[in-house]
Write a protein that binds this ligand. Structure first.
Ligand code: ADP
Ligand code: TZD
Ligand code: MG
Length: 575
């Protein structure tokens, strides 16, 4: 005997994850397939999501992190368990370090087996491993909790100080089924995922009072300020107050680098001389010499600067991290800058002409020195003569996104290649990490739909070079320019024993351009600025995946680029 029970429609874990992401406006996934992610990615693609599949999880993760920074929505990366998860973890940790919002979602083995350590396929207690490297880490065990789990992950990634979030999804979860209507009801659309945080009026007033009397004020804009997307308010503040500013590398272009108040070309002077410094979305970490030492005009390395600090940041614990902060302003940068603009009012006196005049004088001197260097045309190319080509292209196409990694290739590009629009420069960030190149380039091309110019040292490029296949597969408008100086920092190191080559030296005259050709893209060797300019023009105009092998003088670099002082042996040798 059979009883006819009405068949109710069901849904499952796969579908619920897709529905939960879509409900929250997430339309792109960066990933690398394998059990149980393969089916998930197929279904996501069939469901209308953009799925970008990589050759190594680290680059999928880096792409998610860059997408998070560029869009303000968490970038999503899916990996398989244990080794796939571990490969993605570097990107998650790097995102957290840089305050980029991303979610690393990894499939995982069954809890019962993992917890008894019975040796499951790709067994690993991933949640425990991810926790110290992520802003937050969650696991979902039941299909009905997928909605709330994804909501929690999104909110954790983008609210307050953004960061990397890990979401552990055991393989069994994907196959769990539940009633379709109940499933739909279980989904959560996150309301106001990154709520504004209004600064206290007395904190704003304290900051304004300090700025008002300052003889030598300076504003430092960091990538937090770029991320905050308060470009107009920040520009209004800078122009209304007349205070000179310094952009940190990823804040370049937040105001155009040729802005009259930019003090970039007088960086050492303003850091050593400023008496009131306002940090906006920038930490006083190693990139700013911790606010101590000769960089800041102090007598010795450990001595803090005499300057007083105002720090505008969403994280209340950032103030006093390295030196005393006289006026912390805690809140989101948009709200803080709006409050500061209001508090300043109309009768604001601009900084003394002595200060701005002294800066202008140094700027002029340094800029004309740079112009002289850029005008030279040595053979083989110097970093500067090659970067002058990139500089001209970005001036012509300010909408292009520049990705930058390497040591000398990074340091020279940062000062030579001016940026004109916000969030157009992506680089090695807080860790100075190599290997972000192709992941960041893919994310920039996919999410912004603009030309991407990835300026990479030959060593740096090697970390993610296989992703040129990904760039060709998706036919992305990415032009990779490999600064080929035959090695790490330079190609001239010699092994004193005369056996194998020195550890920093690569195969001489390597034909990197063939890598792009291998997958159907354009590969060009460029030995002169003219050849480089022609290839770059063509690449940007055509939008075709291109790799330019730019031949740089192998003896031109310095060890560790501009951070030689952090490298005790090299600093001693003064190389
Ligand atoms: P940089 O390397 O450019 O100096 P950092 O990464 O050191 O920049 O600093 C970024 C800072 O910006 C972090 O302290 C972070 O808390 C802060 N931040 C990020 N987003 C916001 C925001 N929307 N509002 C306020 N502060 C923010
Ligand atoms: N590994 C990782 C992940 N990050 C790092 N920063 C390093 C190693 C050490 N490192 C640097 O700090 S720069 C660099 C390495 C290996 C490469 C420099 O060589 P390059 O650039 O060819 O990329 P230049 O132009 O030759 O200086
Ligand atoms: Mg090199």
């Amino acid at each position: 005997m059979t009883t006819d029970t009405p068949t109710r429609e069901t849904t499952d874990g796969f579908q619920l994850v897709i529905d939960a992401l879509k409900l929250n406006g997430i339309d792109t996934i960066f990933a690398l397939p394998g059990i149980p992610i393969t089916d998930f990615l197929r279904l996501a693609q069939a469901g209308g999501m953009k799925v970008i599949s990589f050759r190594h999880e680290q680059h999928a993760g880096n792409a998610a992190a860059a997408a998070g920074y560029l869009t303000g929505k968490p970038g999503i990366c899916f990996t398989v368990s244990a080794p796939g998860f571990l490969n993605g973890l570097t990107a998650l940790a790097n995102a957290t370090t840089n305050c980029f919002p991303m979610i690393l979602v990894s499939g995982s083995s069954e809890r019962e087996i993992v917890d008894l350590q019975q040796g499951d396929y790709e067994e690993m207690d991933q949640l425990a491993i991810a926790k110290p490297l992520a802003k937050a880490a969650f696991r979902v065990l039941h299909a009905e909790d997928i909605g709330i789990g994804i909501a929690r992950a999104i909110r954790a990634a983008v609210s307050g100080r953004p960061g990397g979030v890990y979401l552990d999804l055991p393989a069994k979860l994907f196959a769990q089924s539940m009633d379709k209507e109940a499933g739909e009801r279980s989904l959560v659309q996150v309301v106001d995922p990154a709520p504004r945080q209004i600064p206290a009026p007395d904190a704003v007033q304290r900051a304004v009072d300090l700025l008002k009397g300052a003889k030598k004020p300076l504003v430092i804009l960091g990538k937090g300020a770029a991320y905050a997307r308060s470009d107009a308010a920040i520009r209004e503040f800078i122009e209304k107050t007349g205070i000179p500013y310094l952009p940190m590398s990823m804040a370049k272009g937040l105001l155009p680098d040729n802005h009259a108040q930019s003090a970039s070309a007088a960086r050492s002077y303003v850091l050593a001389e400023a008496n009131v410094v306002m940090l906006v979305g920038a930490r006083l970490n190693w990139l700013l010499s911790h606010g101590k030492g000769k960089t800041w005009g102090a007598a010795s390395a450990k001595e803090p600067t005499k300057a007083q600090f105002i720090q505008v940041d969403i994280s209340p614990t950032e103030a006093d991290s390295n030196v005393a902060v006289a006026a912390p302003v805690v809140g989101d940068i948009g709200s803080c800058i709006a409050a500061l603009n209001a508090a300043i009012g109309s009768g604001w006196a601009k900084p003394p002409a002595e200060w701005t005049g002294a800066i202008a004088e140094r700027k002029d001197k340094n800029l004309s020195k740079m112009a002289e260097t850029l005008a030279k045309d040595p053979s083989p190319m110097s970093f500067q003569s090659a970067l002058n080509v990139i500089r001209n292209k970005v001036a012509e196409r300010p909408d292009a996104i520049v990705v930058n990694e390497g040591a000398n290739t990074l340091d020279f590009a940062r000062s030579i290649v001016d940026m004109y629009e916000p969030r157009k420069r992506l680089d090695v960030g807080t860790w100075g990490i190599m290997g972000i190149g192709m992941g960041f380039a893919v994310a920039a091309a996919v999410t912004q739909g603009k030309p991407v110019i990835a300026v990479c040292g030959d060593s740096a490029f090697g970390f993610s070079g296989m992703e040129v296949e990904t760039i060709c597969r998706y036919d992305l408008p990415v032009c990779v320019v490999v600064f080929n100086n035959n090695g790490i920092y330079k190609g001239t190191d010699v092994n004193p024993r005369g056996t194998e080559v020195a550890p920093t030296v690569f195969v001489k005259d390597a034909k990197y351009e063939l890598l792009m050709q291998a997958f159907g893209g354009v590969g060009v060797r460029a030995a002169t600025p003219r050849e480089l300019a022609a290839a770059l023009d063509e690449a940007v105009a055509s939008g075709r995946p291109t790799l330019i092998n730019a031949i740089i003088d192998e003896s031109a670099g310095t060890e560790s680029g501009r951070i030689t002082s952090l490298n005790p042996a090299a600093a001693k040798k003064k190389v």
